[in-house]
Design a protein. Structure first.
Length: 171
């Protein structure tokens, strides 16, 4: 996702977009109240709907976060403009429809960070611990990204060797 890919439709997303559980578009669980695109991705705030199913998910989210467990986020969108950079599809303009709470996001850094009730009740020490957990997760993600880059370089090198071997007479 290229920086700025969301910018064209963020206003529309706040007005029309929704929050779902596991991309179930037929049963939204929340409303988007704000969305911004700072340098490090997309940040949204939302509000759970008051129906029983949405409140059940809200409880699940609070319990998982309270236990220090991870919950991911994923987006539902339409790619308007994109290009390829090697094996990677780089999105440069999208229409954003929904954000979904998921157990395994495609983007490992996309996650639920806090619920409103939890944020208000956190002590200064708990806030520091939450920030420390976020920093630890960020370091883990950065390490995985470095490892991925090394693996991509190794793969490119092996592909080059394979092409060279195909051109060399066998003996």
């Amino acid at each position: 996702m290229r920086k700025g890919a969301y910018s064209r439709t963020l206003g529309q997303f706040v007005q029309r977009g929704f929050i779902s559980w596991a991309h179930d578009w037929a049963n939204p669980i929340g409303m988007v109240t704000s969305a911004v695109e700072p340098a490090d991705g997309l940040w949204i705030s939302g509000q759970f709907q008051s129906d029983g199913a949405s409140q059940r998910i809200r409880t699940l989210v609070r319990e998982r976060l309270g236990a220090g467990k991870f919950l991911g986020l994923s987006i539902g969108y339409k790619a308007e403009e994109w290009h390829r950079e090697g094996d990677v599809r780089v999105l440069t303009d999208i229409t954003l429809y929904e954000v979904s709470i998921v157990t395994v996001p495609a983007e490992p850094r996309a996650h639920v960070s806090v619920t409103k009730d939890d944020r208000q009740s956190l002590s200064p020490t708990q806030r520091e611990l939450t920030l420390a957990k976020r920093k630890l997760l960020q370091r883990e993600v950065e390490a995985l990204e470095r490892e991925t880059a090394v693996l991509r370089e190794g793969l490119a090198s092996r592909r080059t060797l394979l092409r060279f071997a195909a051109l060399t007479p066998s003996g």
